[in-house]
Each structure stands twice: as structure tokens, then as C-alpha cells.
Design a protein around this ligand. Structure first.
Ligand code: COA
Length: 260
């Protein structure tokens, strides 16, 4: 089953395969505003994470986190209610196939470590937020910042309807440094692609950009069948709070499902 369902909390979620079945990816939880925004501030103020990211605020305040959680809850609520209905009233496979629509977002963004499962149902009882994975329409970072070409490419891409194979998508991700180097993000990316992006969004085109010195991120995507493309020297602006200047980025493009 690609999308799991916690019938006690009515929460749809994805679960990573072995050896990381204790890691799940959920949507944002309106009732966890405090817990999630505190965890985000803790993770995103860690220099090992913050200095590898370009767009998240730094320093990252708890109110940055609260606004972020609220905005995400709003974006994700419609799709979650459709999914709840689908998962609570399983239909026969023929009906499901006919009625299925392609979605425009991936609501599974919060990477959580399960601390305790319900011994009877096997469903998560207690977990903590350890990271974020985000599939979004491409930002076309290969075009210069603030350029007409970048704006035009975004506008055309944003104008394509859900399910269109021509839509270009991109991933953004981060993980608490306490959990780096265990293979978690490699499997999180694989799970989102296989269990959601391809079957439920019809994603066919995916690109990522990483700072040239971010070997870990490039490796994660290489291991998910992304091919390294061009390097853009002194290209992406770094916020003053991170020291300012420009950094080189590399572009990586997905070569399609590799059935690993
Ligand atoms: C980049 C990041 C998401 C990687 O997640 P992760 O779960 O630690 O990655 P994995 O454990 O799946 O590692 C995949 C591979 O990269 C290697 N790797 C991980 N971190 C590395 C690092 N800092 N330097 C070199 N290699 C690294 C791992 O050894 C592994 O290779 P292997 O399978 O050959 O051993 C994580 O380090 C992170 O959150 N960094 C800060 C934020 C960030 O960089 N986000 C991405 C922005 S583009």
C-alpha cells in the first residue's frame, strides 16, 4: 500500500522501506503548531543545515515556523480530506482507477521518526519531526535570479494543469543533523517519487539544484537516478545573515523511475 492510514488519528502518511520503517512522512498537523515550529527552529538554526540551504530564513524564529506550518496546513487540508475519504472507504480497484484524479501537490512533507507504534495495529503512536521534503513546481534556478527568462519559465510551468507530463517539478529537503548519514533522505526521496509523485501526480520531469560543495545532497539524488548536469559558477545569492556573496550550484535532472 503506497499511502498508509492511521485510523486512530485519521492521518494518511508514507512510510520508508527497510531499514528505515521507523521513519514516516506526514502532512503538517494543525494541532502540532507549537511542537513543529519549535522543531523547525531547532533544525534550521543548526549551521550544518542552514548553510546548505538558500531560501529558508536564517536565523529561523519560532514565528517563522508557525507561519510556515499554518500556510502548509491550509494548502494541504483539501487533499487530506479527499485522501481520508478514499482510505476510509476502500473501493474496488476498478472504481478507484476510474475515479482517480491527478493531484497538484504532495501533502507529505514532514519527515518524522516514530518513537512508539501501537502494538495492536502497528500504526504510529508517538513521533518527532526530524526533517522536511518538498516537491514543488520548479523555480528554474538555471536562469539568472530576477531575470525575465526565469519569470517566464515559472509562469508557463505554473500555468500547466495538474497531471500534465510537461510540468517541471523540483525537490527541496533537509534533515536534522543528528540524523545525517544514515541513508534516510535517500529513501525519503525514493518513497515520495514511487509512492506519490509518479502514481498520484503523474510527475515525469524533476530537477534539483544543490550548492556545488554539498556532496551529501548530490549523492542522495544520484542514488535516486538523477544525472548531474551543468555547474553554474558564483550563481546563487547567499543571504547576508549567512555571510552574503554568491555560491556555485549544480543542476541534476531525474532520468526516470529506476525500479530499485
Ligand atoms: C543533504 C541531506 C539531506 C542528506 O541527507 P542524509 O539522510 O544525510 O543522506 P544519506 O544518508 O541518504 O546519504 C546519501 C549518501 O550521501 C553521503 N553523504 C551524506 N552526507 C554527506 C556529506 N556531508 N558529505 C559527503 N557525503 C555525504 C552518504 O554517505 C551516502 O552515501 P553512501 O550511500 O555511498 O554512503 C542532509 O545532509 C541535510 O539535511 N543537509 C542539510 C540541508 C541540505 O543540504 N539540504 C539539501 C539542499 S540541496
Amino acid at each position: 500500500m503506497a499511502v498508509h492510514y492511521n485510523s486512530e488519528t485519521q492521518e494518511p502518511y508514507l512510510r520508508l522501506p527497510e531499514p528505515h520503517t521507523n521513519i514516516i512522512i506526514t502532512a503538517h498537523r494543525p494541532h502540532s503548531l507549537h511542537e513543529t515550529s519549535s522543531a523547525l527552529a531547532r533544525i534550521l538554526n543548526d549551521p550544518d543545515v542552514a548553510f546548505r540551504l538558500q531560501r529558508t530564513p536564517y536565523p529561523y524564529s519560532k514565528s517563522d515556523g508557525e507561519e510556515w506550518v499554518k500556510a502548509n496546513c491550509k494548502d494541504q487540508e483539501d487533499i487530506l480530506s479527499i485522501l481520508r475519504k478514499e482510505l476510509e472507504e476502500p473501493q474496488n480497484p476498478g472504481d478507484l482507477h476510474q475515479k482517480r484524479q491527478f493531484f497538484d501537490i504532495c501533502p507529505f512533507t514532514c519527515i518524522r521518526e516514530v518513537l512508539e507504534n501501537n502494538p495492536e495495529t502497528g500504526e504510529p503512536l508517538e513521533d518527532i519531526l526530524i526533517g522536511d521534503i518538498r516537491l514543488a513546481r520548479s523555480t528554474f534556478d538555471e536562469y539568472p535570479e530576477g531575470s525575465e527568462e526565469r519569470a517566464q519559465a515559472q509562469k508557463e510551468n505554473d500555468g500547466l494543469l495538474a497531471g500534465d507530463e510537461k510540468i517541471e517539478w523540483s525537490f527541496g529537503d533537509f534533515l536534522a543533523s543528528s540524523h545525517h548519514g544514515r541513508g534516510i533522505m535517500t529513501l525519503a526521496v525514493r518513497t515520495v517519487i514511487h509512492d506519490w509523485a509518479v502514481p498520484r501526480m503523474n510527475v515525469r520531469r524533476l530537477k534539483i539544484w544543490a550548492f556545488e560543495d554539498n556532496q551529501g545532497s548530490q549523492k542522495v539524488f544520484e542514488k535516486n537516478n538523477f544525472i548531474r548536469g551543468g555547474t553554474f559558477k558564483d550563481w546563487a545569492s547567499v543571504s547576508e545573515s549567512r555571510g552574503g556573496g554568491k555560491k556555485s550550484i549544480v543542476l541534476m535532472e531525474w532520468a526516470g523511475v529506476d525500479h530499485k
